[in-house]
Design a protein around this ligand. Structure first.
Ligand code: PMP
Length: 369
C-alpha cells in the first residue's frame, strides 16, 4: 500500500511494517487466542513481550547495566513533574533553556524543587542557538541539570551532550530526549537520566520511557505519588500499576524494526543515525539554497528530526500546504508559536519522503518566482 508521507511532529508516522505486523496480530497474538490489549500484564505472554522490548531497547541504545529502563505513563510533561519529585532532594535544580520544551520543564519544576536556577538561556536569540557549555553558570552542588536535547518546536538539537564532569560539576545530567530518542547513539557516561514520550520515534502515545542511573533511584520526595516513584516502579519491573501494555508492544515491534535497519556495513541505531544525517542534510541544503525558504537555526545545533522553515512570502503559506497535501505530503504546518512550516523527519520517514518534499518545495518555488 502506497501511503502518503507524514511529517507530523507527534504523534508521528510509524513504520508501515510495524503497523502491518500489529494488524496481523490484532485478534490473536502468536496463537494465544488473545489480542495484546486483552492480556493480563502479569501473564506469561505479555511478560515475554515486555522482556523482549526492554532487552531490545537496551541493546539498541547500548544502555549500561547500572541504568534501569522504566516503562511509565504521563508523557514528557508528566516527567517534568516526576523528575523533580524524584531527584530534587539535594537542592537547586539547574536548567539550560533552548526552546519551549525546556521552558515548560523549568516552570513545572518550580512547583516541586526548593530552588531552580537558569544556567543559560537562548531566549535572546529566539532560541536559534545554544550557548557553549563552558559559558553556563552552573550551581554548586545542584541536584541535577536539565536540558531538552532536541527542541521539537524550535528545531534545536544538542549534537553533543555536555560533559558536566569536565565543567567541574558532579550534578547528573537529565535529558528530555522525547523527539530524538533512538535516532542516534547516546553517550551514557554523560547522562544521569533520560526520558522520552514514545509518540514520535517509538510508537503510540501513552508510553513514556525513562532510563535512569541506579544511584539516582530511591530519593523521591515524600509527596511523590507511588506510581511515579522510580524506586517503586523499578522494584516492580514497571508493573506497580498496569503499564501501557499496547504501547510497550508497539514499541517492541519498532525496536525489532530498528534492529533490522541496514546502511552499508551499519545496523540498528548506527544505520538509522546515518540515514537521519543524510535526510537532514538533504532538506537543510535545499532550504539554504532557495530564495523562498529560510531556517534560522545556527548550523551547529540544527535538529535532524524537526526542521522548521519559513516562507519569506508568508502570503504563500496556505497555497504551500494545500499543494503539499495534494502530493501526499501531510502535516507540514509549523507550530503556532513559531509559524511557517515544520518537517518532522523521524526514523520512520524514509529518504524518499524527504526527497519528495524537497522536489515539491523546489517546484513550488519556481512556480511562484
Ligand atoms: N518534550 C518534548 C521535547 C516534546 O516534543 C513533547 C511533545 N511534543 C513533550 C515534552 C511533551 O510530551 P507529552 O505531550 O507526551 O507530555
Amino acid at each position: 500500500m502506497n501511503r502518503p508521507y507524514n511529517f507530523s511532529a507527534g504523534p508521528a508516522a510509524i513504520p508501515a511494517e510495524v503497523l502491518e505486523q500489529a494488524a496481523a496480530e490484532m485478534l490473536d497474538w502468536h496463537g494465544s487466542g488473545m489480542g495484546v490489549m486483552e492480556m493480563s500484564h502479569r501473564g506469561k505472554e505479555f511478560v515475554s513481550i515486555y522482556e523482549q522490548a526492554e532487552a531490545d531497547l537496551r541493546e539498541l541504545l547500548a544502555v549500561p547495566a547500572h541504568f534501569k529502563i522504566l516503562f511509565m505513563q504521563g508523557g514528557g510533561l508528566g516527567e517534568n513533574a516526576i523528575v523533580p519529585l524524584n531527584l530534587s532532594h539535594a537542592g537547586t535544580v539547574d536548567f539550560v533553556l533552548t526552546g519551549s520544551w525546556s521552558q515548560k520543564s523549568l516552570k513545572e519544576a518550580r512547583k516541586y524543587a526548593s530552588q531552580v536556577h537558569v544556567a543559560a538561556s537562548g531566549e535572546e536569540s529566539q532560541f536559534t542557538s545554544i550557548a557553549p557549555a563552558s559559558s553556563w553558570e552552573l550551581s554548586r552542588g545542584a541536584s541535577y541539570l536539565h536540558i531538552c536535547s532536541n527542541e521539537t518546536i524550535h528545531g534545536v538539537e544538542f549534537h553533543e551532550l555536555p560533559d558536566l564532569k569536565a565543567l567541574g560539576s558532579d550534578a547528573p545530567l537529565v535529558i528530555d530526549c522525547s523527539s530524538h530518542v533512538a535516532s542516534r547513539a547516546i553517550d551514557w557516561s554523560r547522562v544521569g537520566l533520560a526520558f522520552a514520550g514514545a509518540q514520535k520515534n517509538i510508537g503510540p502515545a501513552g508510553l513514556t520511557i525513562v532510563i535512569v542511573r541506579e544511584d539516582l533511584i530511591g530519593h523521591a520526595l515524600p509527596v511523590c505519588p507511588s506510581a511515579f516513584d522510580y524506586k517503586i516502579v523499578a522494584d516492580n519491573q514497571s508493573m506497580f500499576n498496569t503499564p501501557p501494555t499496547w504501547g510497550i508492544y508497539m514499541a517492541g515491534l519498532t525496536f525489532q524494526w530498528l534492529k533490522r535497519q541496514r546502511e552499508g556495513e551499519l545496523t540498528g541505531i548506527a544505520a538509522i543515525e546515518q540515514r537521519n544525517i543524510a535526510k537532514a542534510e538533504l532538506l537543510y541544503r535545499s532550504i539554504d539554497q532557495s530564495q523562498l525558504y529560510v531556517n534560522k537555526v545556527a548550523p551547529n545545533c540544527r535538529s535532524r528530526m524537526n526542521i522548521p522553515f519559513q516562507l519569506r512570502n508568508e502570503a504563500l503559506n496556505d497555497a504551500f500546504l494545500a499543494g503539499a497535501k495534494e502530493r501526499g505530503l501531510l502535516q507540514l504546518k509549523g507550530h503556532k508559536s513559531v509559524g511557517g512550516m515544520r518537517a518532522s523527519i523521524y526514523n520512520a520517514m524514509p529518504l524518499a519522503g524527504v526527497q519528495a518534499l524537497v522536489d515539491y518545495m523546489h517546484a513550488f518555488e519556481q512556480q511562484h518566482a
